[in-house]
Ligand binder design. Structure first.
Ligand code: GLN
Length: 197
């Protein structure tokens, strides 16, 4: 069975595992970098990106995560996870994993809209998807190789660059598992390709 890890250092972990299992794959909480060898794909959950980065460094995950992505294994970054994937962050000198060619802004919806839900269409994935935004970022610029999958009020909130997928919202917090399911299918396809190469 396809196994998908959820980086288990901080943030919304359990709901992602449930969503992975509802999508027909096995979910594994990743607490040590060696566990990355056991999984075919990885979710970087929501939480707080600066805290998550601190823990990534503390537990020596930084190079292992980049390596995982560069091997061609799919990574899905949600909310803080999206921030970790970006190669540029508004107002910060240093980005984190830099696996996706895009510039993001943290807490971009401002204080008044700290948390909200909205129905959005995600291209090729789901129409009328109930997206839960919590102190969410959005994407302010994308490179040529990045496909925009969803916007909300003109702001980019989901995108894909090959095996890297990201959303500014939390796809794991409702019973609608279509976005996680899309990621699981991507992981299954890539797993077949990597096995035959
Ligand atoms: N605002 C958080 C950050 O900047 C992200 C919020 C979330 O993941 N729900 O890291």
């Amino acid at each position: 069975m396809t196994k998908i890890g959820v980086l288990g250092l901080q943030g919304a972990i359990r709901e992602h595992i449930q969503s992975i299992e509802a999508s027909g794959a096995e979910g594994l909480t990743i607490k040590r970098k060696e566990q990355l060898d056991e999984v075919d794909g990885l979710i970087l959950p929501g939480g707080e990106s600066t805290t998550m980065r601190r823990l990534i460094d503390k537990y020596d995950f930084f190079d292992a995560l980049i390596d995982f992505g560069k091997q061609g294994k799919p990574i899905f970054g949600t909310c803080a996870g999206l921030i970790l994937l970006a190669n540029d962050i508004v107002g910060q000198d240093h980005a984190h994993l830099q696996l996706m060619n895009m510039k993001v802004e943290r807490n971009a919806f401002g204080r008044q809209k700290d948390s909200f839900e909205a129905k959005i269409d995600i291209s090729g994935v789901a129409d009328d998807f109930e997206a839960v935004f919590i102190r969410a970022p959005y994407i302010v610029e994308v490179g040529d190789n990045v496909e925009i999958l969803a916007t909300y009020r003109g702001n980019v909130v989901a995108a894909q660059q090959g095996t890297f997928l990201c959303s500014a919202f939390h796809p794991e917090l409702t019973n609608d598992h279509r976005f996680t399911n899309y990621f699981v299918q991507l992981v299954e396809e890539v797993k077949k390709t990597l096995a035959s190469s």
